[in-house]
Design a protein around this ligand. Sequence first.
Ligand code: GLU
Length: 304
Amino acid sequence: MIDYQNVINTIHQNLKDEVNRGVVASYIPELAGVDINNFGIHLRLINGETYATGDWDKKLSIQSISKVLTLAMALPMYPENLWQRVDVEPSGNPFNHLSLLELEKGIPRNPLINAGAIVIADILVTLLDNPKEEFLNYVRSVVDDPTINFNETVANSERMTGYNNFAAANLLKAYGNLHNDVDTVLDFYFHQCAIEMTCEQLTKAFFMFANHGACCQENVLISASQAKRINALMLTCGFYDEAGEFAFEVGLPGKSGVGGGIVALLPNQFTISVWSPGLNKRGNSLLGMKALEQFTTMTKHSIF
Ligand code: GLU
């Protein structure tokens, strides 16, 4: 029997005073002010037990982690056509890379890079009457917490500096793979990224991927097969151009965001989230990756 509280306390103790914590993302100006010393871990077992340490109860900007949740919402509503508009191959490139999109005629490599997530945002904008409100309500119901919200200041901050995302959306539009207005789709996209959650809420939000599609409240939100596919995408595409390294070091499907959050999971076993805002050169939380590497090494819990 593993003493999980002891495991995560040990990891927290090992890393909390680390001097090299990476760099807080500053290309979204509003994120630049986040205290680099935040460091939290939350673990949720499939049987409902939870373990937490550090700053697990503080809100972080989930950023790209939201891409998994928009995909989970869109897939059951648009199961066949979705994969005609977005591919399922790792890009091996940074999250906002554009040249592949041009080379591949407006079909993004996968739904977890920005261009792919913008296509998923476009799908939701088409399918939903009030896209932002309905997506927020979806997230609130998945987590069973009506207090989850957008941070409007972060969304605005990203809109003001989102040149790369405007470029991607315009390229998608030029290739006919964006059906709505660029501004409308990006307004949705900037808001989904600007949702704030705690580490505890993140392990709840991702529970369905560890539980064959059923969320914490046991509502089935996606099929077991859709959960399997989303997990495969997280493993191969969830960490920008460092997905190989994450699989190599940690060995779990997961998703990171430039807010410094990472959520990972082992199907049938657990979901785990780590937050440390300092990023490594590839844009993944530096301490977050180290913490998860230590977790899978100490517990021997990995998909490999
Ligand atoms: N909103 C961010 C962007 O589009 C998300 C980046 C990320 O977390 O990877 O640049």
